[in-house]
Structures are given as structure tokens and as C-alpha cells.
Design a protein around this ligand. Structure first.
Ligand SMILES: Cc1ncc(C[n+]2csc(CCOP(=O)(O)OP(=O)(O)O)c2C)c(N)n1
Length: 208
């Protein structure tokens, strides 16, 4: 039985997992040129390290814009599934986007929240949500009904498989450890943008 069915898994009893391991698990399930937007810092570093697909977009610099960007892509390309990978600290900076996702209700959008309770990339300061906020409860209250904590790795796999079927926007929250990302994305915004546009077939030419 999955956490979605039981509703018993919360931030307090979900297993603490590893972001790179879960990122690889998620990417290995992508077979249909799904777009993946990696949040500032560690989320996109581990996405980069999991294989540089042209359908990946690596967010540099701005906290909180991963989900809004993914929402825009999902609305623009409704035939393509879009996945946002966002850190808890960045989500806290832009919580309102959850209500926008719920209101627009794209059938092809999956949001993954990496909850380590810290702003890891800037020195591991605790986030204000570290002790008290439950991002799944927040997402549900914002109107994203298909929101769940991943109890463990197997549950994460099941939740991803279910989310990729589409039909409604969904959110998966995962508690993660404080291990640093395993690589660093090449910091070349123009190349990142150009390659992503080609990956989404909105711009012709060879891969940058
Ligand atoms: C508006 C804004 N404020 C602060 C920063 C500095 N900053 C960059 S990443 C980051 C922490 C991101 O935390 P989270 O999204 O939880 O990811 P983690 O570092 O834990 O992987 C901060 C504070 C920024 N880039 N933009």
C-alpha cells in the first residue's frame, strides 16, 4: 500500500533518502522526452550528474522559480510530461505557486520537493520550515490533491510511476540527507537555454 493510499506518511516518519539516488531513479523512468526542470543549486547539480538530457533545464541563480517555469512549460506543451525538482528552501520562497498549479491543474505536471530542512548550498542554514512545515499538507491545502510523502525509495518509485501517468498535477515530497551534490552544472546560461529549446523542439539546429 502506498503512502498516497494510507495518508499515514508525514514529514516525521518518511525515510531520509539521498537526492542523487532518487534523481537517478526518476530519470531512469523517463522514456518519452519528458522535460525536467532542476531547481537552483543541488537539485540541478544532481540532475546534471544523472545524465545531460536536452530536455533538462538547469535553474541558476533564482530561488523559487522551478515550479513556475515547469508550469509554463506544461501549459505550453500539454502533450509532454514536465517534472519540477525543487529544494524546500526555494519552495518556501515561492509557496504561492502551489495554488497557481492547483488552479491551472495541468495534467502533465509533477513536482518533486527535496526536503533536507536546510539551505544546503549556502552553508546549511536551517530553513524556517525545518521543524514545523509539512509540504504535503501545504500542497494539499493549496489544492494539489495528489500530494504525498515518499515513505522510502520503493514508495518514491511508485509515486513517480503513478505521477507520470498524468491526469492531474501531483507533488511528491522526499526527505533527503545532507550529502552534497555529486557534480556541478556547467554555468553557461545561454547554452542551457539553447539546448533546452532544441530539446523541446521549439528551436531548430544542432545541439549546442
Ligand atoms: C532570492 C534569493 N535569495 C537567496 C539566494 C541565495 N541562495 C541560493 S541557493 C540558496 C539555498 C537553496 O535552498 P534549497 O532550495 O533548499 O536547496 P539546497 O541548497 O538545500 O539544495 C540560497 C539561500 C538566491 N539565490 N536568491
Amino acid at each position: 500500500m502506498t503512502s498516497t493510499q494510507t495518508g499515514a506518511i508525514g514529514a516525521h516518519n518518511a525515510k531520509v533518502m539521498n537526492r542523487f539516488d532518487l534523481t537517478k531513479r526518476l530519470v531512469s523512468r523517463l522514456k518519452r522526452d519528458e522535460a525536467v526542470i532542476g531547481g537552483i543549486g543541488n537539485a540541478n547539480f544532481d540532475l546534471w550528474a544523472s545524465g545531460q538530457r536536452p530536455q533538462n533545464f538547469y535553474m541558476l541563480g533564482s530561488m523559487g522559480l522551478t515550479i513556475p517555469i515547469a508550469l509554463g512549460v506544461a501549459i505550453a506543451q500539454p502533450q509532454r510530461h514536465v517534472i519540477a525538482l525543487e529544494g524546500d528552501g526555494s519552495l518556501l520562497m515561492q509557496l504561492g505557486c502551489l495554488a497557481t498549479v492547483a488552479e491551472r491543474a495541468p495534467k502533465n505536471l509533477t513536482v518533486v520537493i527535496w526536503d533536507n530542512g536546510i539551505y544546503q548550498i549556502t552553508g546549511s542554514q536551517p530553513t524556517p520550515g525545518a521543524a514545523v512545515a509539512d509540504f504535503v499538507a501545504i500542497a494539499r491545502a493549496a489544492g494539489i490533491g495528489h500530494s504525498a510523502w515518499a515513505a522510502d525509495e520503493d514508495d518514491f518509485d511508485r509515486l513517480v510511476a503513478s505521477a507520470l501517468k498524468g491526469g492531474a498535477p501531483s507533488l511528491i515530497a522526499a526527505r533527503i540527507d545532507n550529502k552534497p551534490a555529486v557534480a556541478t552544472t556547467d554555468r553557461d546560461p545561454v547554452q542551457i537555454r539553447e539546448r533546452f529549446m532544441r530539446g523541446l523542439a521549439v528551436k531548430g539546429g544542432a545541439d549546442a
